[in-house]
Design a protein around this ligand. Structure first.
Ligand code: UN1
Length: 494
């Protein structure tokens, strides 16, 4: 969509969007944008900068609020599209749309809150404060696992700040994201403020990231691609928000409420078929509860119903596509070769309706050593490594023994240990007695180490990416006051 119109790609190419639970279900056909299309999209975003930035924050927030109302009205229909293109269950898809609605409500309130601060000056008769301004045009590149929520986390604060947008959804999930943009048009956003390009391959990412007219980039995806994005953006001195991989641990200490910790692990590891960057992929169990926990846990995992997410009884959907399924199966083979014990699952599910899509059994490895590949690398699938720990200290050490640091969780009833864990876990999000997934939209979302580059999505923190800060100083003393010099000059004269 460029200047508010859906247009074909100049390449003339198209791609199909199919349901990973049933590849016979064609959701839509989308244009495959090329570099020329992206240039047109950027041109449109630049052209409409003033139209949008000249509106007051409150005016922009009114449109965001209307969008939130429309999204609420379309909650069911958009959730259904998410389930069809992404595979997650309808219940989870509804939750995802709700994240978008919540983000819109939050932004509406923020428009009336202080976006800058007043700061004392060194001198009397001098007043200093800050304002937050648009950066210009923002490039947003989103993944397939949260096609609506991650879009809204970034799009909404970027729009509130007065930026225009070039947006590229994942080719695996472009339909729900496109509907979100249509709702913005219905809510009254001027045409050309949001422009969409679709497509596959690194050329289009590089065109968006490398183009000097785009000042800020939000990228969510793998650490490998994130590095490439950072290299290109760095050369152009762009600001970038990277939300990358995770290898998130759940530690369960001997004194934990086991029933609650088991529920947390099932949800953390297998919800969204383990395809969240926040999914629990390492379960660190203290040895005195190890056997009891695993027994309870296995019972629950074995009960999980796998299938098409549109079926209300289904709790786990498919893997997003065949190539990801293959990658995950390779990791499972690696785990076996490394000497981990396959306690459950490990195979593609075949037969009946399962042949229509890409289904994988929930997989649990025990006897995992922290140095193994399956305990170090992000798998992004329903594969959990269970590691036995002798005590709290070892739990913290192993939890931090990875290059990632997105989310982490500790289950204990001991307040001292909980506080100690909060302090020492190297992760952007720490949960006590709650799983590693399920961040709320007004809290900062992002990771330590290779999980990102320090920026945070969500809440007020998003403005650091989308707002350019201006320091304003007004001298009403009617004389020249020299900072850092005059105060001391006066003293020397005394
Ligand atoms: C992601 O996996 O990229 O905290 C986002 C959560 C969700 C968002 C996950 N609210 O698990």
């Amino acid at each position: 969509m460029i200047e508010g119109h859906w247009i074909d790609s100049k390449s003339g190419k198209i791609f199909e969007n199919r349901n990973p639970a049933d590849v016979g279900d064609l959701i839509g056909v989308f244009p495959e944008s090329n570099r020329e299309d992206i240039k047109s999209a950027i041109k449109s975003a630049v052209k409409f900068r003033e139209v949008w930035s000249e509106k007051t924050v409150a005016e922009r927030a009114d449109i965001i609020s209307k969008f939130g109302t429309l999204l609420n009205k379309e909650k069911e229909s958009i959730a259904e599209v998410i389930t069809r293109e992404n595979g997650k269950t309808l219940k989870e898809a509804l939750g995802e749309v709700q994240e978008g609605i919540d983000t819109a409500s939050f932004a509406f309130g923020e428009a009336r809150d202080n976006l800058g601060v007043t700061v004392p000056s060194e001198f009397s008769g001098k007043f200093a404060y800050t304002t937050v301004n648009p950066v210009g045009t923002v490039g947003i590149i989103t993944p397939w696992n949260f096609p609506v929520a991650i879009l809204c986390w970034n799009l909404i604060p970027a729009l509130l700040m007065g930026n225009t947008i070039v947006f590229k959804p994942s080719p695996e999930a472009p339909a729900a994201a496109s509907k979100v943009i249509e709702l913005f048009l219905e809510a009254g956003i001027p045409k050309g403020v949001i422009n969409i390009v679709h497509g596959v391959g690194k050329n289009i990412v590089e065109e968006i990231v490398g183009n000097p007219d785009i000042r800020t980039i939000s990228f969510t995806g793998s650490t490998r691609v994130g590095r490439r994005v950072a290299e290109i953006a760095g050369r152009n001195l762009k600001r970038i928000g990277l939300e990358l991989g995770g290898k998130n641990p759940q530690i369960v200490l001997g004194d934990a409420d086991l029933e609650n910790a088991v529920q947390g692990a099932v949800w953390g590891a297998f919800a969204t078929t383990g395809q969240r960057c926040t999914s629990t992929s390492r379960l660190l169990l203290q040895e005195n509860i190890y056997d009891e926990f695993l027994e309870l846990f296995l019972k629950q995992v074995k009960k999980l119903k796998i299938g098409n997410g549109l079926d209300e009884k289904v709790e786990i959907g498919p893997i997003i596509n065949e190539s990801r399924l293959k990658t995950i199966l390779q990791y499972i083979e690696t785990g076996k070769k490394e000497g981990a014990e396959l306690l459950l699952g490990g195979k593609r599910i075949r037969g009946d309706n399962y042949d229509k899509g890409y289904f994988l059994e929930p997989t649990i490895f025990t006897g995992v050593d922290s140095k193994m590949k399956i305990a170090q690398e992000e798998i992004l699938g329903p594969v959990l490594s269970v590691i036995k720990i002798c005590d709290f200290e070892e739990g913290i050490e192993i939890a931090n023994d990875v290059d990632y640091g997105l989310s982490s969780s500790v289950y204990t009833r001991n307040i001292d240990l909980a506080m100690d864990a909060v302090e020492r876990l190297e992760a952007g999000m720490v949960y006590v007695n709650a799983p590693t997934i399920g961040a709320e939209c007004h809290l900062p979302f992002g990771g330590f180490k290779n999980s990102g580059n320090g920026f945070r999505e969500g809440g007020k923190w998003a403005y650091e990416l989308y707002g350019e800060i201006k320091a304003v100083t007004i001298d009403y003393s009617k004389k020249l006051q020299k900072a850092q010099i005059d105060r001391f000059e006066d003293k020397r004269k005394d």
